[in-house]
Design a protein around this ligand. Structure first.
Ligand code: GLU
Length: 428
């Protein structure tokens, strides 16, 4: 459910302002960091398969690069807005800083619905996006990655176009590439697994065992799928997942109190994260309305779909049993709902910490691509776990010491790191 008045950029700025005030950030640094450094808005004409030409709108926003090249995904979405990308680029800066990887923040997008585009049209769109930006992105400038409705196939078309323009091979230009074509083992699983590493640590810090908990997950795309997989492999019970059905233009919740068979759901989901309803019924799932995922009597909620999903309209439906919300998506809780959750004392693992596994593994991919030497999967996963675990512990420590909400504590770490970088560079 989304409300039209919601503006994620205002949400991102108000989160930032709140903590900038707490830490007494000086005025120039505050002004510099509360908005993106650079924005590219452009058109992409695409020759469609039926002989017509359609013009799409594309964007890339570089929020900050004081700690390293801008880094962040490219979203394909029909409701994409410039303010959403601004917010997401800002969250990328905080995300890279909280896990302490030497990268800045960026985000891009194209207003389009890839579900209604052929493979060839998607390829031309990807190449068109690169043609407009080829001089403004690059392995040491701005490194894109997959995001909502984009994947390794799109990244490889983009890489190929970039390499055609620049003449050479630059695998470190983009991440999320297919394995064997410069991709890193573990990148596909990284965001979902990273989310569960933080959930595991959060439960540990509350003296709980994953095996004794149950969860409801919003979404069944890349993040949700691998979060559900690892969480259930570690012994947790996934009682519900939800997904968007593009034919019905509605979302549904798939529920099974005793626990969904995640491996079986992997077999009946399409590449956009839509689960086949008939096959799900055969697996014994109940099919419930969209918001049902939020109402379940579970211990953990993992919103892992899109921004602005927990709002004033549904925050009151959260069961009293829920003790932990792990934000797999970026900005899933809007400002007003976050105020209520903050006051309720519920433990929240904030988005830019909880879902930082993707970009952390992207960083590993970039390192491997630049060296042209690739690591074993175990090595990638161990490094990812170590990075996520230590980031979680550092945030938890600050939260405990200063009696702060976890989101604020994560901001304290990130803003301080980025502020220090802009100062050391002599920008402010
Ligand atoms: N799109 C992912 C995110 O929002 C990953 C970005 C990346 O790997 O650069 O964190």
């Amino acid at each position: 459910m989304t409300s039209n008045s919601y503006n994620p950029y205002e949400n991102a700025q108000s989160q930032f302002d709140r903590v900038a005030k707490i830490i007494g950030l000086d005025e120039p640094t505050r002004v510099l960091l509360r908005q993106p450094m650079k924005e590219y808005h452009f058109t992409i004409p695409v020759h469609m398969d039926d002989g017509s030409t359609k013009v799409f709108n594309g964007y890339r926003i570089q929020h900050n690069n004081a700690r390293g090249p801008a880094k962040g995904g490219i979203r394909f979405h029909p409701q994409e807005t410039i303010d959403t990308i601004r917010a997401l680029s800002m969250w990328m800066t905080w995300k890279c800083a909280v896990v302490d990887i030497p990268l800045g923040g960026g985000k891009g997008g194209i207003i389009c619905d890839p579900r209604n585009l052929t493979e060839n049209e998607q390829e031309r769109l990807c190449r068109g996006w690169i043609r407009q930006l080829a001089k403004d992105v690059g392995p040491f400038i701005d490194v894109p990655a997959p995001d909502v409705m984009t994947n390794g196939k799109h990244m490889l078309w983009m890489l190929d176009e970039f390499e055609l323009i620049h003449g050479g091979r630059f695998p470190g230009f983009i991440t999320g590439k297919p394995v064997g074509m410069g991709g890193s083992l573990g990148r596909t699983e990284a965001t979902g697994y990273g989310l569960i590493y933080t959930v595991r640590e959060a439960l540990k810090s509350q003296g709980m065992r994953i095996e004794d908990t149950s969860a409801s997950i919003q979404g069944f795309g890349n993040v949700a799928q691998y979060a559900a997989k690892l969480y259930s492999e570690l012994g947790g019970t996934v009682a519900a997942v939800s997904c968007w059905d593009n034919t019905d233009k509605k979302a549904y919740t798939f529920y099974k109190k005793s626990g969904l068979d995640i491996a079986a759901l992997f077999g009946i989901v399409d590449s956009f994260g839509t689960i086949d309803q008939n096959k799900a019924r055969d697996l014994g799932c109940e099919i419930l309305p969209e918001d049902a995922w939020i109402e379940q009597d579970v211990d953990i909620l993992m919103p892992a779909a899109l921004e602005n999903q927990i709002t004033l309209a549904n925050v009151g439906k959260i069961s009293k049993q829920v003790l932990l919300i792990a934000e797999g998506a970026n900005g899933p809780i809007n400002t007003e709902a976050d105020e209520i959750i903050r006051k309720s004392g519920m433990f929240v693992i904030p988005d830019f910490l909880a879902n930082a596994g993707g970009v952390t593994c992207s960083y590993f991919e970039q390192v491997q691509s630049n060296m042209n030497y690739y690591w074993e999967k175990d090595e990638v996963m161990q490094k990812l776990d170590a990075q996520m675990t230590s980031a979680f512990k550092a945030v938890r420590e600050i939260a405990k010491k200063n009696n702060l909400y976890m989101r604020d504590a994560a901001y304290v770490i990130s803003i301080n790191r980025v502020a220090q970088a802009v100062k050391m560079r002599g920008w402010v």
